[in-house]
Design a protein around this ligand. Structure first.
Ligand code: HEM
Length: 486
């Protein structure tokens, strides 16, 4: 008997893996070929639903190391001591494309970090952009529909993409970033990451501050220009995936420094931008970056499906000392991710090795499909109980927010859509301005003329020259001002 024996899923030896069992030479296949039936059935079930967004991605393991003392701001244990290391997993991704789409597509890049801390998993599920297209979760499904395929043609639809953006002027800041060359990063290693939302840190004394995360690449920012990205999409659609894997294999470990902006509660109330509006940044002149630590990725996955496809990141996964803010988008995301995981991976996805925390999980949740962790064995299975079962720990609670007012569907009080987009445009060197105009014209030019005119109106409002140059690139510079709708 061979040591390395092929078996069925139930462990019994397989006699023949080359020839199906048939009723005689050239006869039909027999039902009793249980190995064949099991093999075909397992194959039919290999695919799970891909992520509804961020389906194409790549990831690696490594560590986060604290380099600076931030304990005056947060009591998070993994941030408590300089030199302390915490294992991490990062998954990078594009957003709108399917699992087989090209890595160099123009798109924001996902930058999802799982910190396996001693007090449970902390997930920072960010992007490579500090802002987002919309600021209310109610608009997210419509926004994503506009980016995905047309229900009849099954093709991407420039009308839908630009119709949505032109009717959602809060998107113009992120649209400006997306159509700059930052929309086509050279690799996953050559880009920054951002938490994007404002979060809350709470210290030992129970005092909270608002916090924004900045994860800065040590490899330097490098981007493709449009034609390079388009060419690579055809020639090497897995370019960034392979780059990440091979650089780690070569022991060129990619590294990022981790920084935060800290905004005191009372200053946030009167800040010139709404700090809970994810379409706006907070100026680094007003709130400079404070160093926290560094992240190094030094281990490739042993198996892509097991460790990257099955990875489940959620902004709801926080640890004591880190909590949420009233940012509506963040609040919507607190529901959306675990719900997506229950659909995509099942209720017990937290028991998969890649998602399991390093710290013990002690609760009264039992049963459910594919329970694999022993299901609590003979331990007490309800609470309160007299049998020394796990108990709540009030020390884990975070201070409440003082709120007032009537419930209702409120618009954001501030509509400064154009200020930061215009500032960003004016900040770009001339060569990047030229690329930005060219990138926008190539895409917007595919939409209907009335949509082009509406969108050009927004670019004008961000910066007169910005709008003018796009209008000229689209041969619409002669349009009457009344054509340029809001
Ligand atoms: C993935 C929803 C906004 C970053 C996902 C997934 C859903 C989702 C359902 C798939 C999760 C999975 O199957 O594992 C939403 C909703 C949003 C929103 C409802 C707004 C209300 C954002 C924002 C960011 C972001 C603002 C970044 C700042 C990501 C990333 C992933 C992701 C990085 C991929 C995570 C991974 O690698 O597994 N989002 N999203 N999303 N989202 Fe969002």
């Amino acid at each position: 008997m061979s040591e390395n024996r092929l078996t069925t899923a139930t462990g019994s030896p397989v006699a023949d893996n080359q020839n199906s069992q048939t009723a005689g030479y050239q006869g039909p296949i027999l039902m009793q070929d249980v190995h064949l039936i099991e093999k075909l059935a397992a194959f039919n079930r290999e695919r799970i639903p891909e992520r509804v967004v961020h389906a194409k991605g790549a990831g690696a393991f490594g560590y986060f190391e604290v380099t600076h003392d931030v304990s005056e701001f947060t009591r998070a244990k993994f941030l408590s001591t300089v030199g302390k290391r915490t294992p991490v997993l990062i998954r990078f991704s594009t957003v709108a494309g399917e699992k087989g789409s090209a890595d160099t597509e123009r798109d924001p890049r996902g930058f999802a970090i799982k910190f396996y801390t001693e007090e449970g998993n902390y997930d920072l599920v960010g992007n490579n952009t500090p802002v987002f297209f919309i600021r209310d979760p109610l608009k997210f499904p419509d926004f994503i529909h506009s980016q995905k395929r047309h229900p009849v043609t099954n093709c991407k639809n420039p009308d839908a993409i630009w119709d949505f953006w032109s009717l959602s002027p809060e998107s113009i800041h992120q649209v400006t970033i997306l159509f700059s060359n930052r929309g086509t990063p050279r690799t996953y290693r050559h880009m920054h990451g951002y938490g994007s939302h404002t979060f809350q840190w709470v210290n030992e004394a129970g005092q909270g501050v608002w916090v924004k995360y900045h994860i800065r690449t040590e490899q330097g920012i490098e981007n493709w220009r449009r034609h390079e990205a388009v060419q690579l999409a055809g020639e090497d659609p897995d370019y960034s995936t392979r780059d990440l894997f091979e650089s780690i294999q070569r022991k060129e470990y990619p590294e990022w420094s981790v920084w935060v902006q800290i905004i005191p509660f009372d200053e946030a109330r009167n800040y010139r931008f709404d700090v809970f509006d994810v379409t706006q940044t907070i100026s680094q002149k007003d709130y400079p970056l404070i160093p926290v630590g560094r992240i190094v990725l030094n281990r490739n996955p042993d198996n892509y499906f097991a460790q990257i496809e099955q990875a489940a990141f959620s902004p709801a996964n926080v640890v004591p000392g880190i909590t949420f803010s009233p940012d509506k988008m963040l609040q919507g995301r607190l529901f959306a991710y675990a719900d997506a995981h229950r659909y995509r991976l099942g209720i017990n996805h937290t028991q998969l090795p890649v998602n399991r925390p390093l710290s013990p999980v002690t609760n009264y949740q039992r049963d459910g499909a594919m329970r694999v962790d022993g299901n609590g064995g003979d331990s007490v299975y309800y609470e309160p109980n007299s049998f020394h079962g796990p108990k709540q720990d009030p020390a884990a609670s975070e201070p409440g927010l003082s709120l007032q007012g009537l419930s209702g569907s409120y618009a954001y009080p501030q509509n400064q859509f154009y200020t930061q987009a215009g500032d960003l445009y004016r900040l770009l060197p001339e060569s990047e301005k030229t690329d930005l105009i060219d990138n926008i014209a190539a895409s917007l030019g595919q939409a209907q003329k009335n949509i082009q005119l509406r969108q050009i109106g927004h670019f004008y409002k961000a910066d007169q020259e910005y709008g003018q140059r796009i209008a000229e690139a689209l041969h619409l510079a002669e349009a009457a001002p009344t054509d340029l709708q809001d």
